[in-house]
Structures are given as C-alpha cells and as structure tokens.
Ligand binder design. Structure first.
Ligand SMILES: Nc1ncnc2c1ncn2[C@@H]1O[C@@H]2COP(=O)(O)O[C@H]2[C@H]1O
Length: 604
C-alpha cells in the first residue's frame, strides 16, 4: 500500500495553489524520508534528477573552498525547496536522446537539525509545474535571493537558535538569558527562551515554529548527559558554552555528540567575570576544551558587555578593520575617536601591521587620551626603528621595538582582551598569511610589523613570520568571517611610496651618508626595502568587503613620516566623520530612533 502524500504536498507553501488532481499524480512520484541532524543530503557535483522540499527542520548549503574547507553559504528552512538548481539546469536534452540531461548539484547540503524531507522526481515536479506554472516564478525568486545573499557573506546565514550551555551549576543561565533578551528587545527583536521543562521531548516541528515566530531563540541547558542537553545542541544553529572566568574548564568539557553546530565549529565560549575575581585559566584552555572558534567576555550582568553579546547574537555587531601603512596608520587613531564620539560600538577589531597596533590599543580598552599618550611615547617622540645595525637579518636590531611592545602591552593575552582582536602576519615559510587570534598580544604585534629586511622576522613554531602588509594589508575578509554584523574599514594604503632616484644613482659610502644625514634618519635602503616588500600591495584590495569605508586624506604623508602624527590623526577623524554622517550605522547598531548610549570602554 502506498502512502497518500498529496495532503503533505499541500502543506508546502510553494505548492498550495496546485490543483488536487495534480498533487495526487505528483504524490505518486514523491518519497518521504527523515534526515537526522548532521547527515548529508547530497554532495556538490552529484548528478541529480529530483528536487527536495524541507517539511520540518533545517538544512545548510556549503561550498568547498580551494583549501578544502567547507564554507557555509545559506540556510534552507522548513517549507523551502533544495536541489532545484541542478534540476533546472538539467532540464534540457542537449544530446538529443529524448531524455533531459541531468546536471550536478552546485553545493553540498547537510541537515542542521533533524529534518523531514520530501523528494519529488523530475517527472513528478514537471506535473506540478504544468498544473501551476506560478510555482516557477516563486522558485526563480527564491533562487535569485539565495544567489544574491550567498555572495554577501553573513546575511541570510543568520543563526536564530542558540543553545546556551552552562558549564557549572553555579551559573544562573536563565537569569542571563533574560538579560540578553532584554537587550535584544531594545533592538525591536522578538526573542524566546526555552528551558528544559518546556523543551524536553518536543518534536522538530515545535522548534520550527519557534524559529518561524521569533528573531532569536535561546535553548537554555547545562552540560551533562541529559536528553535536553543533547536535544538543545542538536537543534542549535550556534552553541554558546558559558563558563566562569575564575574556574578551569574540565576536560572533556562536553560529552561526545555529532551535533551539526559542533562539527561545523559553530561554538563560542562566553567567560563570565565578576568584580575583582581572578581569572583561573588561560583563554586558550577554554577554547581548546570547548573546541570553540571565538571567546567572548561577559562582565557583571546587565551593561555594555551584555549589550555587545546581544548585538553579536542579532548580527548587529560592528567590526573595525585597520590597514597597514606605517606612520600613515596614525590616521586610524582619529577614526577610532570619531567612532566613539558618534556612539558607534567597536565589538571586534583587527588589522595588519601598524593598523594592528592601533587595533590592539582599542582592544586593550584604552580611551582616546591613553592611546594618544602611548602612541606619542612609543612612535612619535623617538623612532622605535632607530637602532640601525650592520644588517644580518634586518636593518634595525628590533630590540627597541621589543622593549616598547613589552612596555605597553605587557603580558596581555589576545583571548583576554575585552574586544575580540586579530592581527595578520605573512608566513614567508609557506607563502600564506597567519591570523593571530591567541597567544601573547606583543608577539603577534611584533610579527605583524616586521617589514622584511628592516625589522628581523619572528620565528614561531619553526615558521618565519613577517609584516602582514606583504600579503594581506587590509584584512576585511577575516573580519567578515569573524562576525555577522557590519564591517567598518579604515584604509591608509596607497601605491608604494616613490624612491628618490638620486639616492641610488651615485650612492655615497656608509661614512659619507652618515656624515651628511647623521645616525638617526633612515638610510635610502630602508625605503628600497619598504617599497620592495609592499610593491605587490593592491591599494584597493579588501575594500569590496567593507560596509563603511573610511579613506583618510593623507596626501604626501609617507610610511616613514613618524613625526606627522597630528596631521594624520586629524585626517582620520575628519574622514570618519564624513563616512558616518548619514547616521545609518547608528540605526543599525541600536535600531531606528535610537537613544544613543554613551560608549563605554572595555578594560582588559
Ligand atoms: N546561498 C544559498 N542559500 C541557500 N541555499 C542554497 C544557496 N545556494 C545554493 N543553495 C541550495 O543548495 C543546493 C545545492 O544543489 P543545487 O545546486 O541543485 O541547488 C542548490 C540550492 O537548492
């Protein structure tokens, strides 16, 4: 006896107008099946002759990157079709054998939650389309939206369902979920908290409904071998593992499971801080124990760090990216000042080379006056690159730079910083770039500013690291991967600086040059090396991934003009004010007609 699938087909919004008779006929060509969370529906490249509809649960489409990693490109939610692209592409009979040729799927698709699926053969789908051609219009519209959104990273992929998992019985996660909800409500977002008593043993349809009716759903559980813990992590788009900063993570931290969020590494650690409590473990221990991709900090209960977490949940966080550019990067200090004055929060920050140094000042929680004082002391008043030596691995010894970095950044760990931070360096050993997201801040900075030939490179795990500017001077793509909100970028790069031909036509000897210029100014070889190292920097690379672009007007300030501080900062300030003038960013971060709170600065 075959199951009558026609009533099920009728529940799919795409098919609701199809006449009953056609539904019944198509139903004979359809197959119902369930797909447990984490299972594959099909792989990119597999040839297909059917289309699928998601009856309940949700699926994810992934493309394979050149380096073999899977890149998430979009959700396929309950009611939507999947695999339609291959079906449409294969609708033609190119080889003339009277049968449509089948085409391969463009991406791989996995169940992100337990899903119920319906597969309809090409013949069955053709019947439906003949009976109700409007189906095609709706599908083409959906395909175009998916294509457009898939290219814009981080829009449609918004996680909606968060599993908040307490790692200690002393954490009142319900209370914390309520604080997050209050912050989310301020953005006008609808939010629902589900606890064990309500959620245990609920069918997938229950979670689909929650998801359809809310902007954010929080499933609150605690680590353990309970049915609710397992169900909540299986149903989650993203897992937030909540730990106490004054505790060490147990290892293993969570029981084994094959939840999609875990296998896709969609996990964050949220560390709770109370007043003057000491942090018991290094952030890296928590990251490793939870196999998480990000570490976020929550100070107190309500307040700025709760608001930041709510923005991150809602995809309304702001990531600031600062480009390399030697002394030109002073302009970023003015950009930070303008952002703070306008009330724009900085939720993530990162950069390359001198851009990373300014980013580190923000991540350390320094206010404008402190950034000003420290940068003047470290770079403007005396040149940290002034300890010239007869070159073996660099023109300068680098000792001064090391001392300055130690003086200002001490033993701060990247994972401890209030604002999540990254710096980029270039790995000369294998020709790739390295993103520093853990370890000592000063070591990451030392690597990212090591312009080859000038400052000795950093050797890290046997790899030779130099300035991030060589390969990725404006790392906006990294910021895009780090969060879903907006990316504000300040770019001070330009075509590599010119060289004075007369310096090289008839070069003076060492003593002749020192006699004329003294010991403290850079010899022409410094400019020669800078130009060689940054020759391939495309001055507009990375700009296409930015939502708000700030390009300070720096005219003839050169990479080595360490004294042009005030002028560069002012140029950055003015350019940022201009870029923010529309007020759109404020609306994005706080909702329209926002009451702009005064910006607080996170201390380490
Ligand atoms: N950006 C996207 N968002 C959601 N689904 C997508 C996206 N891109 C492709 N898909 C779906 O993933 C499927 C992969 O196989 P097809 O190419 O047959 O059809 C594709 C669409 O159904």
């Amino acid at each position: 006896m075959s199951l009558n699938i026609a009533p099920t087909l009728k529940t799919i919004p795409f098919l609701e107008d199809v006449p009953k008779r056609a539904l019944r006929a198509a139903g004979r060509e359809a197959r119902w099946f369930s797909l447990p969370a984490g299972w594959e529906l099909f792989k990119a490249g597999e040839i297909s002759n059917s289309i699928y509809f998601v009856l309940s649960g949700s699926l994810g489409a992934f493309r394979t990157m050149p380096d073999g990693r899977s890149d998430f490109i979009g959700h396929i939610r309950a009611g939507e079709p999947v695999g339609e692209m291959a079906l449409f592409e294969g609708a033609f009979d190119d080889d003339g054998d009277g049968i449509p040729d089948n085409a391969p799927h463009t991406s791989s698709v996995y169940a992100l939650r337990d899903a119920e699926m319906l597969e309809i053969s090409r013949a069955g789908f053709d019947r439906l389309v003949k009976a109700e051609p409007e189906i095609l219009t709706a599908m083409i519209r959906l395909m175009l939206t998916r294509l457009r959104e898939g290219r814009k990273p981080n829009r449609r992929n918004a996680p909606k369902v968060f599993a908040l998992v307490a790692t200690s019985p002393t954490i009142d996660l319900k209370l914390r979920a309520r604080s997050l909800k209050a912050s989310l409500n301020k953005f006008g977002l609808k939010c629902r908290i589900v606890e064990e008593t309500e959620g245990t043993d609920q069918p997938t349809g229950f979670f689909d409904r929650l998801e359809a009716e809310n902007d954010v759903v929080m499933l609150v559980s605690s680590v353990g071998d309970t049915g609710w813990y397992r169900l909540s992590v299986r149903q989650a788009d993203r897992i937030w593992v909540v730990g106490r900063a004054d505790a060490r993570p147990s290892n293993p931290l969570m029981p084994e499971d094959n939840s999609p969020a875990r296998s896709l590494k969609l996990i964050d650690v949220i560390l709770l801080h109370h007043g003057g409590e000491r942090q018991a473990a290094k952030p890296a221990e928590w990251l490793d124990a939870a196999n998480a991709s990000r570490i976020l900090h929550w100070e107190g209960m309500d307040g700025p760090s709760c608001e930041r977490l709510a923005r991150i949940m809602a995809g309304r966080s702001v990531g600031l990216v600062l480009s390399g550019g030697g002394a030109r990067a002073y302009a970023h200090i003015g950009v930070v000042k303008a952002l703070r004055e306008a009330g724009i929060p900085i939720d993530f920050v990162g950069g390359s080379s001198m851009g990373a140094v300014v980013a580190a000042c923000v991540a350390m929680g320094w206010d404008d006056a402190e950034i000003d004082r420290r940068i003047r002391k470290a770079f403007v008043e005396t040149n940290p690159l002034g300890d010239y030596v007869l070159p073996v691995v660099g023109l300068v010894r680098g000792k001064r730079v090391n001392t300055r970095l130690h003086e200002h950044f001490g033993d701060a760990e990247i994972g401890d910083l209030g604002v999540p931070f990254f710096a980029v360096s270039t790995n000369l050993t294998d020709g790739t770039y390295l993103v520093h997201r853990r370890g000592l801040l000063r070591e990451a900075l030392r690597a990212t500013i090591s312009l080859p030939g000038i400052l000795p490179p950093v050797v890290h795990d046997g790899e030779v690291l130099v300035d991030g500017a060589v390969l990725n001077n404006f790392p906006t793509g990294i910021m895009r991967e780090l969060h879903r909100g907006v990316v504000v970028g300040s770019d001070v790069a330009r075509a590599p600086e010119g060289l004075a031909a007369e310096d090289f036509a008839d070069p003076p000897g060492f003593f002749g040059w020192v006699w004329k210029h003294g010991f403290s100014s850079a010899p022409p070889i410094a400019g020669l090396l800078m130009r060689s190292a940054t020759l391939s920097v495309d001055p507009s690379a990375g700009r296409e991934l930015v939502d708000v672009l700030v390009v300070p007007e720096l005219r003839d300030i050169e990479l080595r003009d360490w004294e042009a501080y005030d002028e560069a900062v002012q140029a950055g300030y003015e350019a940022a004010q201009k870029a923010l003038a529309s007020g759109e960013l404020i609306d994005f971060c706080y909702g329209p007609k926002a009451q702009i709170p005064s910006v607080t600065i996170d201390k380490v």
